[in-house]
Write a protein that binds this ligand. Structure first.
Ligand SMILES: O=C(O)CCC(=O)C(=O)O
Ligand SMILES: [Fe+2]
Length: 277
């Protein structure tokens, strides 16, 4: 990746003056963002000027923060199943998984979720729940280990990624009808948003997502990664696994419009620390 090696002298001086005047690194990064600088580049510049390790500015240095083990091709043993890895991408980190769920498990998840569907909600800037205009699907959340099936799937994911079940948010099931989609977004929480403290107070930042396909839409409905030019096909029992650091813009992704038929997914978001509600 191209790193910023030449920092304009005025900018270097401004960063130094700001710290001398008592501004925190977060405040400096925020001002650079407001001035139109790319957050990644800003962190790299600030780390260089202040002679700090870059990791200290991205939150990866937290002592208890876990990172997932990316599933290895051709197949990874995940507790009770061999999960096949059909494709791997480095930036963003994506693994296209096959046979993560048994077809009967997919059917059972849909049957459990169907009566509990509600218009899909996302976390808003204040840390509350909101109906997201960018997401036109319907959804619901299971509690951790809510049923034997949920427990089995959660243990399988824990074994697959080396992340304890306690780091997972409750499994979310979403249903998309024809024409419905989830517009491009990031799953990590934006540190510059006012609700960041609230949404990360339990469990810290999100570190990875597993979008599991519970059926095969007739046409459309894949998961798109526009910055990588990649579309993962929604295939029953398969999944898109992707991992990211805070501010990783390569991990932009979308639930592409369902062209024909319907689409059901179950999403597991993983946190860097145990997620307790
Ligand atoms: O529907 C999809 O393929 C993507 C879903 C997604 O991005 C999410 O649930 O965070
Ligand atoms: Fe997402």
């Amino acid at each position: 990746m191209k790193r910023n090696t030449s920092i304009r002298p005025e900018l270097r001086q401004w960063i130094l003056d700001s710290t001398r005047n008592g501004q925190s690194v977060d405040q400096i990064l925020q001002q650079l963002k407001e001035a139109g600088y790319d957050p990644r580049e800003s962190r790299s510049m600030v780390a260089t000027v202040l002679k700090m390790p870059l990791a200290a500015l991205t939150g990866v240095a937290h002592p208890h923060a876990l990172r997932p083990r990316h599933p290895e091709a051709p197949a990874t043993r995940a507790g009770d199943r061999d999960v096949r890895v059909l494709a791997s991408l480095d930036e963003p980190v994506v693994r296209v998984l096959d046979q993560l769920l048994d077809p009967l498990e997919c059917d059972e998840l849909i049957a459990l979720a169907r009566p509990r569907l509600d218009r899909a909600r996302t976390v808003d800037a204040q840390g509350g729940q909101q109906v997201d205009q960018r997401r036109t699907s319907e959804g619901m959340f299971f509690r951790l280990g809510e049923t034997p099936l949920i427990e089995r799937i959660e243990s399988r994911l824990a074994a697959l990624l080396g992340i304890p079940v306690s780091h997972g948010e409750g499994l979310q099931v979403l249903h998309y009808g024809p024409g419905q989609e989830y517009e491009p977004h990031y799953d990590w929480f934006d540190p510059t948003q006012p609700g960041f403290e609230a949404v990360t107070a339990h469990g810290g930042q999100r570190i990875a997502s597993v979008v599991m396909y519970l059926n095969t839409p007739e046409a459309g409905g894949g998961t798109g990664f526009p910055n990588a030019g990649l579309t993962v096909t929604a295939l029953k029992g398969g999944a898109a696994y992707f991992a990211y650091e805070t501010n990783d813009t390569s991990s932009l992704h979308a639930g592409l419009p369902v062209e024909r038929g319907e689409k059901w997914i179950a999403t597991k978001w993983l946190r860097e620390r145990p997620f307790v509600r």
